[in-house]
Design a protein. Structure first.
Length: 559
């Protein structure tokens, strides 16, 4: 078997390993890395103000207010807006049942992304309440708004909404939401007031409730995670698949003194954040008797004597996975932007990409300059590959003549071919190994562009107004195909006709696949191809090897 065939087998072997890894992920109940099944997208309709299905209390039977202590109050929805968020609060439990991200548009639409909502098709809400040995105020009790619901006014830095419950079991629960200009995190203060005649020792729970419908991704050949996640300094970041919850196989840290509980989906997340040092019990489970899932934290408040009160401060993050913002909010929160197994390479690439963007101010040009930096880092490795290709091209006529002369003597042909390679100091694998080494970098950059919400609606030039979506006019994919053809034509043809045909067919097939890829990734690959052609031309010129274009026409003629 020739070295050329061995190199092809190595490529096939590497690709097979990737497919095996994908199959192993599926076998263990994790989402597929490649070729995911299409997911239904939740309908984005306005939050309903009528009665909706609600989640039972975590770790306890549903506890509802007694009619004598919690008179019926008409259920209302209160809507307030800041410069970044439009939020809807429900008078039932004072829960957050709607969150529009005003700076991020839904894919292909002119309306903001609606992250939290509650209607007949989709449920994704943030709830809090109290648990105890007897009935206490929870996310099902009626609460009244103290004051008025107003938008953040011009020149105003913050606004607050305070909800209070009627006494339930002698206990009043008050929730105060404080929204700040330019922030996606909401300060939430819980005050527990004991108006009864006996001490109480309640638990405060903070939870995120949603259905199991995956948010999915518009990018082909990619699967993104949707579901709960738990972080603690000891156990680090732990994703919890809905399927694992269904099978009672969810494995995560149940107790901690730090960290957070989140709901994660492509580009966006929500999370309850408590101060470090506060002991909490984490949970992620299916709501009994329904199709909803909940993930949250429970905190022991200790004994509260009659006439006394206790307050707990927390923060609720609802927003995009902007890495720099997440890093400042809480330790480990940036991990909700999940790079998967490419993290070790992807995080440095994103860091470099973000630094370049801070300099040029345009994500498209930042991608172009990032490719220049990567090509510079791999310059000598690529130079060796191109020298090997140039030598192969120079020796190709001798190989072709020898194959024709010894076509009936395959064993002698192989021996003669190896002799020519030794004499000319040619390594047939020299052009393949550098490409294999760079494959992890390409996959990591693909993950960065897929996971980075900064690419949403990020313009580059003219018709490219969203680097996270495909080119609407397919101009970039056509340019990519042309550069791929030129790059392939500059490489030496393998001696074997079948291998030569595959050398042309495979790049063209991959080029066609790029017609559905994000414009940012296609831009990356065009820049990479262009720099590769220029470097190859430079190496050939220095070695005195003519830059010859080898067209594939003769390869498809019948023998």
């Amino acid at each position: 078997m020739s070295d050329i065939r061995r190199s092809i087998l190595w490529v096939i072997f590497a690709f097979s390993l990737v497919l095996l890894w994908d199959a192993w992920q599926v076998h263990n109940g994790r989402p597929k890395t490649f070729f995911p099944a299409p997911q239904d997208q939740p309908a984005a309709s306005a939050p309903a103000t009528g009665t909706q299905p609600v989640a039972a209390l975590p770790g306890a039977a549903p506890a509802v207010a007694d009619a004598a202590t919690a008179p019926a109050v008409p259920r209302q929805t209160y809507v307030v807006s800041t410069d970044l968020l439009k939020l809807s609060f429900d008078s039932e439990g004072g829960s957050l049942i709607g969150a529009d991200l005003l700076k991020h548009l839904s894919t292909g639409q002119s309306t903001p992304v609606r992250l939290l909502l509650q209607n007949d098709q989709h449920t994704y809400v943030a709830q809090t309440g109290l648990l105890g040995s007897s009935a206490l105020p929870n996310h099902k009790v009626a609460m009244r708004l103290v004051g008025q619901a107003r938008d953040l006014a011009e020149g105003q830095d913050s606004l607050s909404l305070r909800f209070e419950s009627a006494p339930v079991g002698g206990v009043v629960l008050a929730k105060t939401y404080t929204l700040k200009r330019g922030a996606y995190d909401i300060a939430v203060k819980h005050e527990v007031i004991n108006q009864g005649a006996a001490p109480v020792s309640p638990q405060l729970y903070l939870q995120l409730v949603r259905d199991g419908r995956e948010a999915g991704s518009d990018v082909p050949f990619a699967s993104t995670f949707t579901g709960p996640a738990v972080y603690s300094d000891a156990a680090k970041f732990q994703k919890i698949a809905f399927e694992d919850i269904d099978k009672n196989k969810a494995d995560f840290s149940k107790s901690a003194n730090d960290g957070y509980v989140a709901m994660v989906q492509h580009h966006f997340a929500s999370a309850w954040l408590l101060d470090a040092g506060v002991a909490r019990e984490n949970y992620a489970e299916k709501v009994p008797g329904g199709t909803l899932y909940r993930a949250g934290q429970k905190i022991e408040l200790g004994a509260i004597a009659p006439g006394q009160s206790k307050a707990v401060e927390a923060r609720l993050f609802v927003g995009p996975q902007e890495e720099k913002v997440l890093e400042q909010l809480a330790p480990g929160l940036e991990l909700v932007k999940d790079y998967g197994w490419t993290t070790i390479v992807a995080k440095p690439l994103y860091w470099l990409l973000e630094k370049i963007h801070a300099f040029v101010g345009n994500w498209g040009w930042a991608i172009v300059l990032l490719v220049v930096v990567i090509k510079a880092a791999f310059y000598w490795l690529n130079a060796n590959a191109y020298r090997s290709m140039a030598k192969m091209k120079a020796v190709n006529p001798r190989i072709q003549e020898m194959r024709e002369r010894l076509k009936d003597k395959p064993q002698q042909m192989q021996q003669e071919m190896m002799r020519i390679y030794r004499e000319e100091k040619v390594n047939p694998l020299g052009g393949c190994l550098p490409i294999l080494i760079q494959i992890p970098v390409f996959i990591a950059l693909y993950t960065v562009l897929l996971a980075s919400v900064e690419m949403r609606d990020a313009p580059w030039l003219g018709w490219i107004t969203d680097l996270s979506s495909k080119d609407p006019f397919y101009i970039l994919p056509v340019v990519l195909t042309l550069t791929t053809i030129v790059q392939t034509a500059l490489n030496p043809l393998p001696p074997d006709p079948m291998q030569a045909k595959m050398m042309w067919i495979m790049p063209l097939v991959f080029s066609v696949m790029f017609f559905s890829f994000p414009a940012g990734l296609v831009l990356y690959w065009i820049t990479n191809n262009t720099l590769t052609i220029l470097q190859q031309a430079h190496i050939n010129s220095r070695m005195g090897v003519p830059l010859k274009i080898t067209l594939p026409t003769q390869l498809f003629k019948k023998a």
